[in-house]
Every structure is written in C-alpha cells, then in structure tokens.
Design a protein around this ligand. Structure first.
Ligand code: ACM
Ligand code: ZN
Length: 548
C-alpha cells in the first residue's frame, strides 16, 4: 500500500512538472523572468479585453492581439474601458501601473480563466502582446481565417524589461530601393522582436530616396541611375559587368508620413539618415554646384567609396539646412543621423574654397574640416530641438559636442566615444552586419552572393553591446545596439528578408535580454518554434541555422 502511495505522490509531482511542457514557452527575446504554470487560457468568441486607460496609444498597444484574433479566428474581441479593472473570468486585463519599474517593461500573468497585463506605458503592454502572440499556436500569425485551432496560451508568470533603451534595425534603401509596403512589413516584424528603432538609410551615392520639395532635382535626377553593377565587384574595371536598365525610385513625403504613422503605432521610432559630407554622389548629380569640382556627375551604379563629396562652402550648408528642415518636419524622433562615414578628403585638399575655410577657421587638416562640417550641422539640428547620430568616423578631428556615435568598424570607436562621455550605439561589423554571409566558408556555394564577411547566427548571438573595456561609469553611455542591412547585393524584399531573418531574432536577444538569460542551444530550440510564426507571416528567412 505504501508503495502505491509513493507512486501516487510521485505521479502527482511529475504530472505537475510535465504539464508545463518546456516546448510551449518559446519567447524570443528571452524574458527577464518566466515562471511556468500548469494549464492554459483559451481565447473564444466571448473573451473580453479590458483596458485601464482608453487612449489611442493603449488601443495601438493591444492591436497586435485583437487584430490577429479577428483575422485568424474571426473573434471580434470587445474592448471595454474600466479605470480600475478587476480580473474577471475569460478576460484579458491591461492595466497601466508602476509594478514594473522599466518604462518598456511589462508583467504578464496567464491563468486558466484570465490574463493580466501590467505595464507603466502602452509600449510595455504592446511588448506583452508580442509575447502572447509567440506563446500561441503559430497560426495566430496567419493572414487568413482558419478553423479548428484552439487558441491557447500556456499559463505563465512573466516579468520582463529590456537591457538597453536603443534597439535598432537599419535598412539601406539607396543601393536598392524597396517599396513602401515592404518598409512597413519590415517595421512590423522588427517590432515583433521588441526592437524600437528603425534606422532608414535614405541617401547615398547610388540614389537619393526622399522627396525634398525645395530641391526637386534630388529625386527627379538623384533617385535614378543609368546602370548597376551586375554580379560580384571586380577590382579591374575592364572585368565589370553592367545592367544598363535605368534603376531607382523614391518615397514621397506623403508616403513617408504614412510610414512614420505606421511605425508610431508599433512604438517604433524612425531615425532618418541623410549622409554628409560623403556618400553624396546622387545629390551632387542633381546639384553639381554643391561639390568642390562642379561636376558633372552620374548617380553611381558601382559600390564603394567615392571621392566627390559635399564642398564646405556656405551655400552647401544653406542647402543642407533646407533639406534638414523638411526631414525634421517629417520625422518626429529625437535623432537625425548625419552619416559621416567614408568621406575621402582628396577633393577638399584640392579645393580653393575648402582650403581657404581651413585657414580662416584655424583648422590643422581635413579631418578637422570634417569635424567643423559635422559640428555646424549639429548646431543647426540642435537649434531645431533634435540631436545627431554619426558613424564612428565623426570621432576623427574631434567629436561634435553632443553627438551620439554609431560604432561600426568594430567596437573601438564606441569604446573611445564612451570614454569621451558621448552616447554610443553599438553596431559592429564583427557581429551585426547582416549583409555578410550567414554560413561558414565551406557552405558559401549554397548562398546568394553577398558582400563577403562571415556572420552565422551563432556568431551574431555572441554580440554584447556592452564592451568589457568600459568602467561602470562609462557603461552608462552605451545606449544599445543595432544590426545593419546594406543592400548592394540585395535586390528584392525576399533577399533582404533572407539576410535579416532569423539573425534579427538573435540580435533581439542580445539587445533585450540580460546576458545571464542567454543560452545558444536553448535559443535555437525556441527559434525552431519562432520560424513557424515566420512561415505564417510570410518571412523568407534563411534555414542555414538548421544545418550543423
Ligand atoms: C558603414 O558601414 N559604412 C557605416
Ligand atoms: Zn570644396
């Protein structure tokens, strides 16, 4: 009898344990705390959603859940406003309070008969909704109605908050141009991974992509190139092959407004990038008088770094200020990215106006002239209540007083900037350049041609935005991290998706989760489930992570 009793007790204990099937808790990025519980909540036609604050932001926050349930299950979940909602049966209660001390954090308690979501801000509620989506059957992310699915969420208690305030994903739309609908999908998917910033690289040598009303030639001329390099880059110009069809495109201001609005609903801030003083050939093709030599130029169809950059004459600053006024009016976020990378100085060295400027300003070399250029633009941007971000080359010749540095040539620039008490965003090419191959060399023949490099997902997963070299005091300057997608070799949205996903999932865990919560094997387990959601969302992700 005793033996049976023991067996019975054992059975009870283990059934409790295994009811919490580990495979069900597949959240990426890994939450700060996750306590499993037995049982599940089931959504049905009668589920209600109760919100403590009836604001537009709160309605945007719950949309990822209510929209999905409407699309896939046909449930029109009533949203009820109660200032002090109590948890009732078959309800999802979303409450704004201070229980979670982080303004992007949230508490999520799933019980068999109710779900409670608490956060300081609607943004925290929004992230809880993304977590809920990942806890549900992958079909929640379908685009059509489906029958016969039980819309369950396993019982759980989650306390979550991001490690970094800046969590970014970048897209270069100059080297290749992507339709507005794709840009919106891109934003939707990055928000799904709790990334809060979209860095939109809008101008470069190969195309100017943002309508500027005062300078229509920027897009009439600067958005179009006559030819594009075909295939791999060849050092020998005679060996290069060209696609001679006219290529280009741009976003109208009206279109950009719709993207900004779309992003805001997903708690994503857009950082627009207008490149100065280099990567400016498209602008100079439209307005050659802004160069040192006077041109003429052609919008580039080749990849690389080009010698013709903006001149430092006053009229160039007038032009850039006019452009920035229109850019600032379109993008409400704090930051304007001014580029600053890869600006050869040969034209300035040979330009009478630039050399005169250097002498009059008492500058010792062209690096200091670039620093002057960036500082003058910073002053203008700050006069409009905004701040600048620049690539780490802006350290050369002296940093502008309040500039945030985006460290891309490894971590060195970021470390130096933090030591100089400047804010830093880490985006090192050693971990998060998603234009690099995502397989090791031996497997390259299976991959579409890329710019080079080697960043399989396990390497990306090792990314830690916080450099070991910084003191506790210096660490506070590291705002976070970002991955970049330069699109020289990505012609289509599908190819961008392939290069971005699933590496974005790894990135999200590196910039959201605490390092002690990271475990690569466990991440891959959870990723195996997340990609089922990607299948439903229609993301053309790479399956390289499944090969070992
Ligand atoms: C860069 O990759 N040139 C910032
Ligand atoms: Zn000049």
């Amino acid at each position: 009898m005793k033996k049976y009793l023991l067996l019975f007790v054992l059975l009870i204990i283990t059934s409790g344990m295994f009811a919490q099937t580990p495979g069900k808790y597949n959240v990426i990025p890994m939450p700060a705390k996750l306590k499993r519980a037995s049982g599940e909540f089931v959504f049905n036609q009668r589920t209600q959603l109760i919100i403590s604050d009836d604001t537009e932001a709160m309605r945007n926050a719950i949309a990822p859940l209510t929209d999905r349930l409407r699309i896939v299950a046909g449930f029109i979940i009533p949203v009820v406003h109660e200032p002090n909602p109590a948890t009732q049966s078959n309800t999802v209660v979303c409450k704004l309070n201070k229980k979670n001390t982080n303004n992007e954090g949230y508490e999520l308690t799933v019980k068999k008969n109710s779900i409670l979501v608490e956060a300081q801000t609607p943004q925290g509620i929004f992230y809880a909704m993304q977590t809920l989506r990942q806890l549900m059957p992958a079909e929640i992310d379908k685009s059509t109605l489906i029958e016969g699915i039980k819309w369950t969420v396993p019982c759980v208690e989650i306390t979550d908050a991001p490690r970094f305030v800046y969590r970014g994903l970048h897209l270069d739309v100059s080297r290749h141009f992507f339709p507005i609908e794709f840009v919106k999908n891109y934003i939707d998917w990055l928000a799904y991974h709790k990334i809060n910033t979209f860095h939109w690289h809008l101008t470069d040598d190969q195309g100017w992509r943002i309508e500027i009303k005062k300078y229509p030639k920027l897009t009439e001329t600067g958005a179009w190139r006559c030819r594009t390099l075909k295939g791999a880059y060849k050092n020998n110009p005679c060996e290069r092959e060209w696609d001679n069809t006219t290529y280009g495109g741009y976003y109208t201001q009206e279109e950009i407004k719709t993207v900004v609005e779309y992003a805001a609903k997903r708690f994503v801030t857009i950082v627009p990038e207008i490149e100065i003083p280099g990567h400016a050939v498209a602008a100079l093709t439209a307005y050659p008088e802004l160069s040192c030599s006077g041109g003429p130029f052609e919008v580039e169809g080749l990849w690389g770094v080009f010698e013709d950059i903006f001149c430092t004459r006053d009229e160039v600053f007038n032009f850039l200020e006019d452009v920035l006024v229109e850019v600032i009016a379109l993008f409400p976020g704090k930051y304007i990215h001014i580029g600053g990378d890869e600006a050869p100085k040969v034209r300035w060295e040979r330009c009478h106006a630039c050399q005169t400027n250097m002498k009059e300003l008492g500058l010792k070399d062209e690096h200091e002239l670039q620093s002057y250029f960036v500082q003058r633009i910073e002053k203008f941007i700050e006069s409009k209540g905004r701040s600048i971000i620049g690539w780490d080359e802006i350290l050369e010749g002296g940093l502008a007083p309040n500039a945030t540095v985006m460290s891309w040539r490894g971590e060195k620039g970021g470390i130096e900037a933090a030591k100089q008490k400047h804010s830093v965003i880490m985006t090192p090419n050693t971990y998060v350049y998603f234009d690099y191959y995502q397989v090791y060399k031996a497997d390259r023949d299976k991959e579409p041609h890329s710019i080079g490099g080697e960043l399989p997902i396990d390497k990306v997963y090792q990314f830690d935005p916080m450099p070991k070299e910084l003191s506790i005091d210096e660490q506070k300057y590291i705002l976070g991290g970002q991955a970049n997608l330069w699109t020289e070799y990505m012609k289509t949205p599908e190819h961008v998706e392939y290069m971005a996903y699933p590496r974005v999932a790894a990135l999200s865990e590196c910039i959201w989760s605490n390092p002690e919560r990271k475990n690569y094997d466990d991440f891959i387990q959870r990723l195996t489930n997340l990609v089922k959601h990607y299948d439903e969302l229609g993301i053309n992700y790479s399956k390289a992570f499944l090969r070992k």
